[in-house]
Write a protein that binds this ligand. Structure first.
Ligand SMILES: [Zn+2]
Length: 258
């Protein structure tokens, strides 16, 4: 497939709305796209689906890890010199603390994806004490700081929780392209399906949802490896979520921690 076509829109032109470019899959426990778009447009800069302007930037994000696939993913990203953002659960981090550190030391960004991957809306105000707060603490105990962005499992979060996170200085990061690599039916179609979901929906300042845990991830890894050169050929630059949103960068490892 030829690289993504050049844009006719100026890089600094602001977008007027946030939206998800990939289709909704019914019967998979997903939040309706309109609900995520409603929240992103109700809470600008606090709930994010994509970057706010038209720079030829893309943020790859990987959820649910770390896992036994993460080191292979790190090797691909290192080989291609591309940063990414990892939304980790505290449960996956347990026993893999060294791997969390490796992700950070390799220059990637860390984000909060809860402890147990629940439906946060069912927890109401307990969401912080039971899920998001302990995950911030887990990060602090491993790398010495806590992330400034979180991703709610399933994209499911209440307006009250969003407002509470805003007071705590934590942004809610959803996505504009869902590769649907989590979908068990799609796994049968292999890496090609994942590649096509990005190729068909690619746009400036895209935030791409993928996974490095929660099932077999060979297809995701293969798709990432194939797509990075295609995106680079189209002039896309890879950034972390913080870079995309203009947030303060996360602390970098000191020479002793490297
Ligand atoms: Zn998840």
């Amino acid at each position: 497939m030829s690289p993504p076509a050049a844009s006719t829109i100026a890089a600094n032109q602001a977008k007027t709305e946030q939206k998800i470019r990939t289709a909704f899959l019914p019967n998979w426990d997903q939040v309706p796209l309109e609900e995520m778009e409603r929240q992103a447009n109700k809470y600008p800069k606090q709930v994010v689906l994509e970057g706010a302007s038209h720079r030829r930037w893309i943020a790859l994000t990987f959820d649910d890890g770390p896992s036994n696939y993460t080191r292979r993913l790190l090797a691909i990203l290192k080989q291609q010199q591309v940063p990414a953002t990892f939304y980790m659960t505290a449960k996956s981090m347990e026993g893999r603390e060294d791997l969390v550190k490796e992700v950070w030391q390799a220059g990637h960004e860390l984000g909060n994806h809860s402890v147990n991957h629940p439906h946060l809306s069912e927890l109401a105000e307990r969401y912080w004490d039971e899920e998001i707060g302990p995950t911030q603490e887990k990060f602090r105990s491993i790398v010495g700081f806590a992330p400034n962005t979180m991703r709610p499992p399933y994209g499911e979060i209440t307006d009250a929780q969003i407002e509470d996170l805003a007071k705590r200085g934590i942004k809610v990061v959803l996505w504009s392209i869902d590769t649907q690599d989590w979908n068990k039916n799609r796994m049968l179609f292999g890496a090609h399906k994942i590649e096509r979901s990005i190729q068909d929906a690619i746009h400036e300042e895209a935030i791409v949802l993928m996974h490095d845990a929660g099932g077999r991830r060979e297809n995701t890894l293969a798709a990432v490896e194939q797509l990075i050169p295609w995106l680079k050929a189209g002039g896309y630059e890879f950034v972390t979520v913080s870079q995309m949103l203009g947030l303060p960068a996360q602390p970098t490892p000191s020479p002793l921690q490297k």
